[in-house]
Ligand binder design. Structure first.
Ligand SMILES: [Zn+2]
Length: 706
């Protein structure tokens, strides 16, 4: 416990500054980014030029400083962190040169002047770190000067850029840097950071007040600590929920009053509570959305979920009373309560997409009142939306097959002693998912990584699986954080047993739902994979291969790598050769030569894993609008497996989906969104489209109409 004077001094200094992390271990909630940077140190103080992006106060500067300190530390710790005691650590600004772009100028003159005044060279064995904060404020000329520096930098200089707006950084510069996103903290991490700080400051804070604070400050370390500082009671008393509400002007009472008025069908009271609520219209919508979502999960589905820490601080009594009031209003004997609530959520989700001012807010209030009245009044209750078609994994089976395939979900654990080879189902899953990647995203795999055990029997199957999973998880996370344009990574992983150990084959491809240029990330992806994989070099020989850059070569490479993932297949598996009608080994049908086959050992765990971009769930999602993907493997179209027909199908899919969306839009224009007539008309359309790809016109598909 600190004395009052200590406390006062700490507050004056600022918690955010006082508790700025000085070691990698102290950085809360940044998992793989911290691991990645710490690994650079552990693997021999690698110099990498970084681009850290994320919101104000998310900890970019702290990370850059720790990296800089560790590069120069005489005795870095095992974790990669600086020791904190050597001459370099005690003089942290000696080799760390910070340039604040908005403050010092983002034009070429300012940058030139700056570069001419600083010493670029560090003494032997030391690294000079140049840190450019708010780098999106650099103009094009200044960026080009720095780009040249980065390209020509020597080994004892490192450039780190930080920005809140990565999309405004010139792509030429971005492509030279390793981009890493510093994310807002999750609720758990935010709570633990606050708790830790409160404990070391001897601050007494009630658990519900802590939760509220964690939610209010949106998970940025600097804001969180400043928030805690503001909430500290001058008298040194306990920080209560009421105190936090008072200081941050939180009026959850207005939120409750409004929703209770909705349940009570009292329009005047609805408008009054909205008017008295002293936050912006956009904020009101956000609170309503968050609370309705929280009620949906916690009270209706009974799944414990923290949607928002502040919302979570609303007590059970209030929640239950509100739910009961809505049940009375809607009449649960007539109405499907859960479906009704989903429509509430949909309503506010749409409302949040429209720019909101007070007039618009009043309109939303009126419309929501009408929606509730409509649901409560309609004697038929809420018509349920037609379920999305679900891809059921069964092959289409329009031809005679020698084997009957019964598909397992790809991630179901296999638990049989004789499961040593890759099965026909496995091959189907691998090939179909690889085909889906092209028809859904117009993308090939960019990267192929192989983990081969260094020594016989080590690592164990458990350790090896953990290592390979860790790599995959880290890669997915790094790409999510590094990519500005919403790019994600589609990942396919196959495990095979080998002498009481396990080997892994991984394919990764960058995808994006938006039509943005993401190819510049390819090089970074390869670098990430290489740097990240090196931490496992003790147990595994890891090889990282990048795809060729021309489209034709990339297509060929894609299928070579995919086939290689199937190479553990049992030679005795046969299927029908459509040309002769005779059985033929499946490995030949899919284009694998006998010499390419491997002989895996038994493995009692799931061998194939697919990331959310290409797994069964993604395929089911892509099946909406009656557009279930086509699979040449399922249809035994062996000749076209690797022909690239999916590139045409990608175009066709987009065209068809756009057309069908328009047809649904017409029903909305005609009948109004969510009315029973509209829902019926939409269901009719969906029924008409069906979900059988064989019913679709295929005149445009070269591989089908051959
Ligand atoms: Zn040190």
């Amino acid at each position: 416990m600190l004395t009052d004077t200590d406390n006062a001094a700490a507050v004056a200094e600022g918690f955010a500054r006082k508790y700025r992390p000085r070691r990698f271990e102290d950085v809360v909630g940044q998992g793989s980014v911290v691991t990645f940077i710490a690994n650079l140190i552990r693997r021999g103080k690698r110099r990498r030029d970084l681009l850290l992006h994320g919101s104000v106060g998310s900890g970019k500067t702290s990370l850059a400083r720790i990296y800089g300190l560790a590069l120069n530390c005489d005795a870095p710790q095992m974790s990669g962190s600086p020791c904190g005691g050597c001459a370099s650590c005690l003089d942290p600004n000696r080799h760390f040169v910070e340039y604040d772009v908005p403050g010092s100028g983002g034009d070429q003159e300012s940058i030139r002047r700056f570069l001419s005044t600083v010493t670029l060279e560090a003494p032997f064995g030391k690294v000079r770190v140049f840190f450019f904060d708010e780098a999106h404020r650099l103009d094009a000329f200044a960026s080009d000067i720095l780009l040249k520096r980065v390209e020509e930098r020597n080994d004892n200089t490192v450039y780190v850029f930080a920005t809140t707006e990565i999309e405004r950084i010139r792509p030429a510069l971005t492509s030279r840097l390793i981009a890493l996103e510093v994310l807002p903290l999750g609720v758990d991490d935010a709570v633990s950071l606050l708790k830790r700080t409160a404990d070391s400051e001897g601050i007494d804070i009630a658990p519900d007040a802590l939760m509220m604070l964690a939610g209010l400050r949106q998970g940025y370390p600097r804001d969180l600590l400043t928030g805690l500082e503001l909430a500290v009671d001058d008298d040194g008393g306990v920080i209560t929920l009421d105190r936090v509400k008072e200081i941050f002007d939180i009026e959850l009472d207005s939120l409750l009053a409004y929703l209770n008025a909705v349940a009570g069908a009292d329009v005047e009271e609805q408008l009054r509570s909205i008017r008295l609520w002293r936050v912006s219209a956009a904020e009101k919508i956000r609170w309503i959305q968050a609370f309705l979502t929280s009620l949906y999960y916690n009270e209706i589905l009974r799944v414990r979920l923290i949607v928002d820490a502040a919302i979570d601080s609303i007590g059970d009594a209030e929640r239950h009373a509100l739910i009961a009031a809505f049940e009375r209003r809607l009449g649960t004997e007539r109405v499907n309560f859960r479906s009704a609530w989903k429509r509430f959520l949909l309503f506010w989700q749409r409302a949040a997409e429209v720019p909101a001012d007070d007039a618009a807010m009043n309109l939303q209030v009126a419309l929501f009142h009408e929606l509730v009245a409509e649901i409560a009044g309609s004697s038929a209750g809420v018509p349920s939306l037609p379920d999305q078609p679900v891809y059921d994994h069964r092959p289409v089976g329009n031809r005679l097959s020698q084997r009957s395939f019964s598909w397992l979900p790809p991630s179901l654990p296999v638990d049989a002693d004789d499961e040593c080879f890759t099965t026909a189902d496995d091959v189907g899953t691998i090939i179909n998912s690889a085909s889906f990647l092209i028809q859904r995203y117009e993308k090939f795999f960019d990267l192929s990584v192989r983990f081969l055990p260094r020594y016989r029997g080590t690592p164990s199957v458990e350790d090896g699986t953990a290592i390979i999973s860790d790599f995959c998880g880290g890669l997915v996370d790094l790409i999510r954080r590094g990519a500005g344009g919403g790019a994600r990574v589609a990942l396919m992983r196959v495990l095979e047993g080998e002498d009481a150990s396990v080997r892994g084959y991984i394919l990764a491809g960058l995808v994006s739902d938006q039509p943005v240029e993401i190819s510049y990330l390819r090089q970074a992806l390869v670098e990430w994979a290489k740097d990240y994989a090196e931490q496992y070099a003790g147990s595994y020989d890891v090889s990282v291969l990048a795809s060729p850059s021309t489209k034709r070569a990339a297509l060929r490479w894609h299928w070579e790598q995919v086939r290689n993932l199937c190479a553990g297949i049992d030679v005795s598996i046969v299927d029908a050769d459509p040309r002769t009608g005779q059985p033929k080994p499946l490995h030949e049908l899919v284009g694998l030569a006998r010499s390419q086959l491997r002989l895996p050992q038994p493995l009692r765990i799931s061998r194939i894993s697919l990331s959310d971009e290409i797994n069964a769930g993604a395929i089911a999602q892509a099946s909406d609008y009656g557009m279930r993907p086509l699979f040449a493997f399922d249809e035994r179209e062996w000749d076209v497996l690797a022909s690239g027909w999916e590139l045409h199908e990608y175009v066709e899919r987009r065209r068809m989906i756009a057309k069908r969306k328009l047809e649904i839009r017409r029903t909305v224009l005609e009948f109004g969104q969510g009315t029973s007539l509209q829902i019926e008309a939409e269901a009719q359309l969906r029924l008409w489209w069906g979900d059988d790809p064989l019913r679709r016109a295929r005149s445009r598909l070269g591989w089908w109409s051959r």
